[in-house]
Design a protein around this ligand. Structure first.
Ligand SMILES: O=P(O)(O)OC[C@H]1O[C@@H](O)[C@H](O)[C@@H](O)[C@@H]1O
Length: 893
């Protein structure tokens, strides 16, 4: 294979084999420069652009005019994302990626070479570890039937790069509806780091193209007919074709006028891998494109997740012993994934022309086609990942495993395959949709309807009509809310699911939250008892409204009580004013302590290095020690601020009710100010759990953090999360209450049928149902509040990550992806080290403080910043990272 176009001039992307902060900072700079270079040299605005991905790594973003979009990281040449025009993500990016430019990126479409699966080399080979450089990009319109050829760079100079002369030309082409296909080619060759393990010389070229399906090719018979047609026949055929095309266009126009749109085009990803033996010795390899497809949750919809097109194929089964596979044959039509059992197989002889279909459990499907070079299909359902994750993806991809390839010096091997994502063919029925926002709508409406139906069965209208009306009103209100926020509901649900995953990973959080709640109640119990006692100290005095007259009547002659209870003077001074404040303060300080403990534990989990064993062990206790040790003052202060804000809210409420117009005008700003103070205090407590700073400093820091990250977030899915929790809690408890009442009702009916007399009245049944619903609501609200506190802590961790352009937990980032926030400017500046030794790339000067806070995150794991031990730990972490920010100087001192 000749060197790809631009061969000697290829600018290599920076490699990141170094670890020191200085080198990492330089690495960051170099990545930014390389991205700028790629945009200048290879970018095609609107079709192919380059950007910094997770960890600052360069990635290419391919956009098809249909709206489909793919992302390809240069590190390992890994396609990490492929979205359909309707926004559906089709590739699964695995959790726990470090994006450090050294470890392979796990997930998406991974290149396996020179070894597929297990063997003498690292599993799936080392091509996924290499730094690839961009050598060519192109965009083109379809030329019937020859796309395969055109994708490959050939000896005549490779891919013809038809770069647009100017943007206008490109826009015009897009406006005319041509299929502009973004194409990119990446190049890598022998890497010295791997030479010892694999001592051969090679060049690799990987071309990825995002496109719509090829126009149908002519059948052989049609070709023969056309070759023999006379000029008149040709003219007649062309006229017929033109008329048919015009009729189709008219029909589409009419359909669009009537609001019907033709279905979206399927999206195609074409991947071509070429390997050139550039050395003097032959070598042998196996290869594959290990593709992770997103599926519906297999726990609940496993029976719909399966593959077609493999019947009668031999299977090499590696699941028992990766080095000694078993040989079986696929007999049924369907390969089923639903059992959630580990699967690691290669289906042999899936030659060009045959398509393998993957049904991910939705009405859509993928087809995978080997075109050249690849002749097997690798199928995996890895169980090396967390079970919660493995329910959401399967790996199916072209491979060449059993018939190994031996390449003589100078020879080139070409592996060509395509993936097609077909449309969702029909909308899912409401009960099939996984989006739980339908539950709050469907349940009350169904309940209301059931109540009305029970009228037909003879129920008394007085008993059921009020319940039916309340349920229907509730259901329609939920429907209105869900409809208004329908675009944001799935994003809010994703946030809550992520937060629930975090709670599951830190099981001690809930226990500690319960313990803190009980402790707070125990602490206020004596105060309440004392308050009750003091309120009894006083004496009966004559009712002042009698105005001293012996008759118990007021000035208008109306009867009034003759005497009333007057507390002693000291009670007013010492109990009525300060005691309620003290009780409220104790309760709010305990609530702040809970927030602090949760945030501290979540932060330690969040910033723990990927895959760290026992990362959550002891974190909650450590956080608890910080809360009731050095940070107790901060928490009391936060509690007092919150109580004052609550008093102000109460004042605003009473002004609104009784203060007339002026009161109303004053009430609103007061109300907003109090709410803002409470919100800021909440975030200040979270930040202080991370950095160990005082409330004032962390308040400043969180204000800064929120200013940069929160405004859009609060106006989008984020605000919906508490509502979703409240609604779910209400519904669940209502359902629970109804169930309890129904069960008791059934018991009563059964007893009465059996002739026994029971004391249970229908009123008692309702009361029992109400009590069950009430207690369930308390439990649900408590768990919901912990869930929301975990979400807030994740939000702060994510914002700190964003500020320092790092990705500590990709799963949290992907949940927040749906929350629109302003894109950050590319960060430049210091590099800071993470707790596990990983590096976060630096922040621009305006963001230095936040990057500092993030760097201080390890303190949550070792002790608050004011601990001398922790301060010692902080200094070396930042020593290579330039100046300490003033806040950190303070806390490190
Ligand atoms: O998941 P498998 O097939 O057992 O492979 C183990 C790992 O092997 C590594 O080489 C890959 O980079 C990972 O993505 C992969 O998860």
């Amino acid at each position: 294979m000749p060197p790809p176009r631009g061969g000697a001039d290829v600018v290599q992307p920076p490699s990141s084999s170094s670890l020191s902060p200085e080198e990492a900072a330089a690495q960051w700079e170099a990545n930014q420069e390389y991205i700028a270079h790629c945009n200048d040299t290879y970018g095609v605005p609107g079709l192919i652009e380059f950007a910094a991905g997770y960890g600052g790594l360069p990635k290419a973003v391919l956009q098809h005019p249909s709206g489909a979009r793919a992302e390809l990281y240069l590190h390992g040449s890994t396609v990490t994302s492929w979205r359909h025009a309707d926004g559906r993500e089709m590739l699964h990016l695995r959790q726990g990626n470090t994006f450090d430019g050294r470890e392979p990126i796990s997930g998406g479409i991974q290149l396996c070479w020179p070894q597929y699966g297990s063997g003498p080399l690292q599993r799936h080979g080392f091509l996924q570890n290499l730094h690839w450089s961009v050598v060519e990009t192109a965009w083109r319109q379809p030329d019937d039937g020859q796309q395969g050829e055109q994708l490959r760079p050939g000896p005549e100079g490779g891919i013809a790069v038809e770069r647009p002369e100017d943007i206008k030309g490109l826009e015009q082409a897009v406006a005319e509806g041509h299929d502009l296909r973004p194409i990119i080619s990446l190049y890598a060759d022998t890497d010295s780091d791997w030479a010892e393990q694999w001592p051969f010389q090679f060049e690799a070229l990987y071309t990825v193209c995002l496109m719509a399906p090829d126009p149908p090719t002519l059948s052989d018979l049609e070709m023969v007919k056309r070759a023999h047609e006379s000029p008149e026949e040709r003219q007649q055929r062309e006229e017929q074709e033109a008329a048919a095309a015009a009729a189709a266009a008219r029909a589409a126009e009419l359909a669009a006028l009537e609001g019907e749109f033709p279905p979206m085009q399927p999206s195609v990803l074409r991947c071509v891998l070429q390997i050139h033996n550039s050395g003097d010795e032959p070598f042998t390899f196996t290869t594959g494109l290990r593709s992770h497809f997103v599926t519906r949750d297999m726990q609940s919809h496993g029976k719909y997740v399966n593959m077609l097109g493999l019947r009668g194929k031999y299977i090499m089964d590696y699941s028992q012993d990766p080095l000694n596979p078993g040989l079986t044959m696929q007999e049924p039509d369907l390969v089923r994934f639903g059992q959630l059992e580990p699967m690691d197989s290669v289906y042999l002889d899936c030659d060009p022309g045959g398509q393998v279909l993957l049904c991910p459990g939705t009405p859509a499907h993928f087809s995978i086609e080997n075109k050249e070079g690849f002749c097997d299909i690798g199928v995996q359902h890895p169980t090396t990942v967390a079970p919660r994750e493995s329910r959401h993806f399967v790996c199916v991809g072209p491979a060449r495993v059993v018939r190994k390839v031996t390449l003589q010096p100078g020879e080139v091997w070409v592996g060509d395959a395509s993936f097609t994502a077909h449309d969702e063919y029909w909308p899912l029925a409401p009960w099939e949709v996984e989006d739980p926002s339908l539950v709050p709508v469907a349940l009350p409406l169904a309940g209301g309807a059931a109540c009305l139906l029970s009228l037909l069965a003879g129920a008394r209208p007085d008993d059921v009509v009020p319940a039916a009306i309340s349920l229907l009103v509730f259901g329609f209100t939920c429907l209105a809310i869900c409809w208004t926020a329908r675009k944001q509901v799935p994003a809010a649900v994703r946030l809550l699911r992520m937060s629930a995953d975090c709670m599951a990973a830190n099981p001690a959080l809930t226990r500690v939250a319960v313990a803190l709640c009980v402790a707070a109640l125990a602490a206020v119990a004596p105060l309440l008892w004392f308050f009750d006692g003091t309120m009894r100290s006083g004496s009966l005095v004559a009712n002042p409204s009698r105005l001293g007259s012996p008759a118990c009547r007021d000035s208008d002659g109306k009867p009034v009580p003759c005497c009333e209870f007057m507390p002693d003077g000291w009670v007013v001074a010492y109990a009525i004013i300060p005691l309620p404040f003290l009780i409220l303060w104790t309760l709010t300080a305990a609530a702040q302590a809970r927030k602090f403990v949760i945030s501290g534990a979540v932060t330690q989990w969040y910033f723990a290095p990927a895959g760290a064993e026992g990362a959550t062990k002891g974190t909650t206790l450590r956080s608890l020690r910080h809360a009731f040790g050095p940070q107790i003052g901060t928490l009391c202060y936060a509690g007092a601020v919150t109580v004052v804000a609550q008093y102000v809210t109460a004042l605003a409420d009473s002004l609104r009710r009784r203060g007339g117009l002026l009161g109303c005008l004053l009430a609103h700003p007061l109300h907003w100010a109090a709410a803002a103070v409470q919100e800021l205090t909440k975030f200040a407590v979270i930040v202080s759990a991370i950095t160990g700073e005082s409330l004032r400093d962390s308040g400043r820091r969180s204000l800064d953090l929120l200013r940069r990250n929160a405004l859009e977030a609060f106006t989008s899915a984020y605000w919906l999360a508490p509502w979703t929790v409240c609604l779910t809690a209400l519904l669940f408890s209502a359902g629970w209450g109804a169930l309890a009442a129904a069960a008791t009702g059934l018991l009563k009916a059964a007893l009465e049928l059996g002739g026994s007399h029971t004391q249970l009245t229908w009123n008692a049944l309702w009361a029992f149902g109400g009590l069950s619903a009430g207690s369930c609501l308390v439990v649900c609200c408590f768990l919901g509040s912990v869930l929301l506190e975990v979400l807030d802590a994740c939000f702060v961790c994510w914002a700190l990550d964003r500020d320092s352009s790092a990705v500590s937990k990709p799963e949290v980032h992907s949940a927040f992806e749906a929350v629109p926030v302003q894109p950050l400017q590319p960060a430049t500046g210091v590099a800071v080290q993470q707790p596990g030794g990983g590096l976060a790339y630096g922040a621009a000067p305006a963001r230095a403080a936040a990057a500092g806070a993030r760097a201080a995150a390890p303190l949550a794991a070792s002790g608050p910043a004011r601990d001398e031990e922790a301060a010692q730990q902080l200094r070396p972490l930042l020593s290579g990272a330039g100046e300490l920010s003033p806040a950190l100087e303070l806390s490190a001192a």
